[in-house]
Design a protein around this ligand. Structure first.
Ligand code: SAH
Length: 353
């Protein structure tokens, strides 16, 4: 239920929908039908559900919420063809999603929270603070609104790497994934899904045990506890060591490889000893490292340590990667996408929230 006392139908799992329809005296099979309309035909209004009787459509529109977000703005990067979508929630909070086209894949990067409570020093979203968790419907609607416009068959990957920490909005993130991967949402089940986390060990283990088998990316950024704590305060609460145990469990249980994300910060994590530490760390579990050039967060007028951060120069990044490869570490460089529209990794933030 939301503030207008409407039932948040969008974002309910199939079994929850069945429960709901039965509880209001409707047939159980209606749930499967509406699930199909919401997530395969992508309708946002019960009047579009052609095989429902008129009075049922009216009733649903009166008491249920089928559309949780409005698309309020779009920006297009001429440089990389990346598109950024700005959405408004019903309580007028703003969130963003980013569509990143590539040769064989199109990745949609979605948000799980309005703002973020983690305060990572290199991240624009962290600088805007935390407002609230998104509902499962709001998480799914980011995808549905973009898919409606762009064609759902064209979106091949979803990454939970937008605003917020997905594992701190665990139930709603899980529900969204359950909907994305449900056998009834045919178009979606082919989607490749990755969750990115700054590291909440208990939740990593719960995710492993959930049976959802999504890919997991871990925002590492330093293999040293003290340095990681400086740039990611969450490390003081959940240490890298504790996270590594959870990640090993995840890799084993899901038979997947963990991706370590590593934003290159000049003189902070690009030194010789960082190569050594990364070698030691990555030899402990099936993994690969994604090297990410640091994207500027100057548009947020940062202060403190955030204001001092600089990207490692590109030739030095290449050199760093070569040193890692010499150590037989699997490593990729992630190209910066959409920094001209502040849509690149870590640049998402809305000043007027
Ligand atoms: N809270 C989650 C997901 C959001 S961050 C997490 O921490 O993983 C998504 C990715 O963008 C993370 O790897 C994050 O470290 C990276 N990122 C954040 N700020 C960045 C910046 N300024 N430049 C490049 N990447 C950044």
């Amino acid at each position: 239920m939301n503030k207008n006392n409407k039932i948040l139908l969008k974002g309910l799992t199939l079994s929850e929908l069945q429960e709901y329809f039965v509880s209001v005296g409707e047939e159980k099979y209606r749930a499967e039908q509406i699930f199909n309309w919401l997530y395969n035909h992508i309708v946002f209004d019960a009047d579009e559900i052609k095989n429902f009787p008129k009075d049922l459509r009216k009733k649903i529109n009166e008491v249920c919420e089928l559309k949780t977000l409005e698309l309020v703005d779009k920006q297009y990067s001429i440089k990389t063809a990346t598109q950024k979508f700005l959405f408004a929630t019903k309580d007028n909070k703003k969130i963003e999603s980013v569509l990143i086209p590539d040769k064989e894949r199109n990745t949609l990067c979605i948000s799980t929270q309005v703002g973020c409570p983690l305060d990572c020093k290199f991240c624009a979203t962290g600088l805007m603070g935390f407002k609230r968790n998104l509902t499962a419907g709001e998480i799914v609607d980011q995808y549905l609104l973009v898919a409606k416009e762009y064609g759902k068959e064209k979106i091949t990957n979803i990454v939970f790497m937008g605003m917020g920490e997905p594992l701190l909005n665990f139930q709603n993130t899980l529900k969204a994934i359950e909907i994305f991967t449900h056998e009834l949402t045919k178009g979606l089940s082919r989607l490749r899904i990755t969750i990115s986390t700054a590291g909440i060990p208990k939740k990593i283990i719960e995710l492993a045990d959930s049976g959802l088998r999504v890919k997991l990316a871990f925002s590492l950024h330093s293999a040293f506890e003290d340095i990681r704590s400086k740039i990611m305060p969450i490390n003081k609460k959940y240490s890298l060591n504790e996270n590594l145990d959870a990640l090993k469990y995840y890799a084993k249980k899901t038979k997947t490889r963990i991706t370590f994300e590593y934003v290159m910060l000049k003189d902070i994590n690009d030194r010789k000893e960082d190569v050594k530490a990364l070698k030691k760390l990555s030899s402990q579990l099936p993994s690969k490292i994604n090297i990410i050039p640091f994207n500027s967060i100057k548009h947020m007028n940062p202060s403190g340590i955030s204001a001092t951060l600089e990207s490692t120069p590109y030739d030095k990044i290449i050199d760093f990667v070569e040193q890692l490869r010499k150590e037989n570490i699997t490593v990729f460089i992630r190209d910066t996408q959409g920094d001209d529209i502040a849509a690149a990794c870590g640049q998402l933030a809305i000043k007027h929230n």
